[in-house]
Design a protein around this ligand. Structure first.
Ligand SMILES: NC(=O)c1ccc[n+]([C@@H]2O[C@H](COP(=O)([O-])OP(=O)(O)OC[C@H]3O[C@@H](n4cnc5c(N)ncnc54)[C@H](O)[C@@H]3O)[C@@H](O)[C@H]2O)c1
Ligand SMILES: [Fe+2]
Length: 383
């Protein structure tokens, strides 16, 4: 069997680096940009940083901001129309995972036949992404999804109301610009939830099936950055060093999860599609139960994660046992709810959610196989 390890993105990191967007756009051949963002990011005054720099570089641009958190297919289609109407030749996406993912899907929609449902990863749809893709530069304003270095775009399809992953290595943006200043306006709750998404990526990637020592090493380093900096980023949002460390960790999590994710993401996706929970929050609420569930499959790995999170224990078994508690403690310190009940998810909805979680591709590489009953009991343990 052959393992494939790729780390291809050009990444610029540093305070004020967003000002380099014009030259980066030019260097990948762009001259007319569609700037893809959302209303929250626009209201935080972040889009001007990009459009001013594009103006300075003589790059024409139009802005599309009609995106909600957990983007919908209709929103992606409107963004594709905006790309075509602007005669754009490059996508510049600035925002959280929602804006970045829509930016990636605009690249697909620009020159590929619609509907987008035919590119669903669960159906092997990525192999149909063979046509021209306009280049893309991504500027994350949250530190969670790592979509700026990732190969997927996530949207909720109209026909199924399911959160659906469209996946192709070709979707990786040409350039990612990580400027900590762009994340300073992120409110504490979003900082906490997106940070827990990054943590979940690192932990699930590290524990996922497969032989990928480079992804494992990056995941472990990402966990350490999050342990050292997430609390500061939440409680002192202006701390540029903490913001920068979280941006690095988020990108590292996404690089690492090219190896695979796990049951936590499978449980999280229906919570967003059906109950509108923020993706990072959904992960934060399900992660402890998944760690306990996976403990018998990968005890050494879970013990190592526990040690990184500051848990103590003499032996592997004790440490692995402490891991879920360490995640709960971190979750509490950063002000997130204690369980699904506190996030207004009703017990009677859990069986239907469990069926959806079973259908989600994310759990295929979970280190312990999951049945429908397992999914239901993981949700129950997360209440
Ligand atoms: N592509 C991937 O690999 C991947 C991985 C994980 C999650 N996702 C997807 O990404 C989406 C979630 O992305 P997210 O967690 O980054 O949240 P988000 O993009 O939905 O943003 C959350 C909210 O924060 C606001 N916001 C963002 N940055 C801000 C800033 N700097 N200042 C003020 N407000 C700001 C936004 O306007 C929005 O209201 C979900 O749809 C999820 O499924 C994708
Ligand atoms: Fe995620």
């Amino acid at each position: 069997m052959t393992a494939v390890w790729s780390f291809p993105t050009r990444v610029l990191f540093g305070e004020g680096t967003a000002a380099k967007i014009g030259e980066e756009v030019r260097s990948v051949g762009g001259s007319r940009a569609l700037v893809v963002t959302d209303e929250g990011v626009a209201a935080a005054g972040l889009v001007e940083t990009v459009t001013d720099a594009l103006d300075a570089a003589g790059v024409e641009h139009e802005t599309f901001s009609g995106i909600s958190s957990n983007p919908l297919e209709t929103e992606v289609l409107s963004a594709v129309d905006a790309f075509r109407n602007a005669s754009a030749d490059i996508v510049v996406a600035i925002g959280g995972g929602s804006a970045l993912d829509v930016g990636k899907l605009v690249r697909v929609g620009a020159h590929h036949p619609l509907p987008l449902a035919q590119y669903d990863d669960a159906e092997g749809g990525g192999s149909k992404i063979t046509g021209e893709l306009p280049p893309m530069v991504a500027l994350p304003t949250t530190a969670g999804t790592g979509s700026e270095v990732g190969r997927s775009g996530v949207l909720t399809l109209q026909s199924t109301n399911r959160k659906t992953v469209i996946f192709s290595p070709r979707l990786i943006p040409d350039v990612a610009i990580l400027d900590p200043k762009l994340t300073v306006t992120m409110p504490p709750r979003t900082t906490a939830a997106t940070g827990m998404d990054a943590l979940t990526h690192c932990i699930e990637a590290y524990c996922a099936l497969g032989d990928h020592p480079m992804a494992d090493a990056i995941a472990v380093a990402g966990i350490s950055l999050i342990v050292d900096h997430l609390e500061t980023a939440v409680h002192d949002g202006g701390d540029i060093a903490a913001r920068g460390a979280m941006l690095k960790a988020a990108a590292m999590g996404a690089v690492a999860f090219q190896k695979g994710l796990g049951a936590c993401h499978a449980l999280a996706h229906p919570l967003s599609a059906e109950h509108g929970l923020h993706h990072g929050l959904a992960n934060a609420l399900c992660l402890p139960a998944v760690l306990d569930f996976n403990r018998i499959a990968v005890p050494e790995k879970i013990a190592k994660v526990a040690r990184l999170l500051g848990a103590r224990g003499e032996d592997t078994e004790t440490l692995a046992f402490e891991c879920s508690g360490a995640v709960r403690a971190l979750r509490k310190k950063i002000g997130l709810p204690e369980g699904l009940e506190a996030a207004q998810v009703d017990e009677q909805n859990l069986p239907a959610l469990a069926e959806l979680a079973m259908e989600d591709v994310s759990h295929r590489l979970n280190p312990r196989p999951c049945t429908l009953e397992d999914m239901l009991s993981l949700y129950r343990s997360s209440m």
